[in-house]
Write a new protein. Structure first.
Length: 195
């Protein structure tokens, strides 16, 4: 369900573009993002910071697209989001000495520090790459190709990258996760005596 909610605005944008044009699609995307935020607020009682940032970026860049009747602004929107997320990871690491990946995912995953560092660097690099790739497609291909890339290409690359991250992280899954904490402790206690 969360996946559907997350991709709702981009799916609606894609459909509106195919049926109407980029300007209607942009207005629909702004409305869909507002609905997404309202839904999340009602269901979860709170909205994550990146979702507020996403709303701000779509309102600013989508609004500029509609007011100035220039689709350049909406083409920049994904890049701005990707770069903001990537730069946030790096700024938090170098200036605030925090690993945001660990801050946000530390309750779900138990990883050694070097794995958290790899995760941070890989996501920061991937997000900066995705922002650059969006600009390349947006300004070197026609509008229809960019919209198709925005839905299928960027989401496909994101899913592929997440799968690769999962494969990398699987090597750090502890025995506690696989066997249960008590079983792992018993194995650890017995192991030295068995040799």
């Amino acid at each position: 369900m969360k996946l559907l909610v997350d991709f709702f605005p981009i799916a609606i944008f894609f459909i509106a573009f195919k049926v109407f044009d980029i300007y209607v699609a942009t207005a629909v995307a702004i409305g869909a993002t507002l609905l997404q935020i309202a839904y999340l607020k009602k269901v979860n009682g709170k909205v994550e910071m990146m979702q507020w940032v996403s709303l701000g970026v779509i309102v600013i860049f989508g609004g500029a697209t509609l007011v100035l009747h220039d689709n350049t602004f909406i083409k920049w929107k994904p890049t701005v989001l990707y770069w903001l997320m990537g730069i946030s990871l790096l700024v938090s690491r170098f200036i605030f000495k925090k690993n945001l990946m660990k801050v946000f995912m530390g309750e779900q995953l138990v990883l050694p520090d070097h794995a958290w560092t790899v995760l941070l660097w890989s996501w920061a690099g991937f997000l900066l790459f995705m922002g650059s790739l969006n600009l390349y497609v947006a300004f070197n291909f026609d509008l229809d190709t960019w919209v198709n890339f925005k839905l299928f290409g960027s989401i496909g690359l994101m899913v592929l990258f997440a799968i690769l991250q999962g494969v990398y992280l699987s090597r750090f899954v502890s025995e506690e996760v696989l066997l249960g904490e008590g079983t792992s402790n018993e194995l650890a206690k017995r192991q030295p005596n068995d040799t």
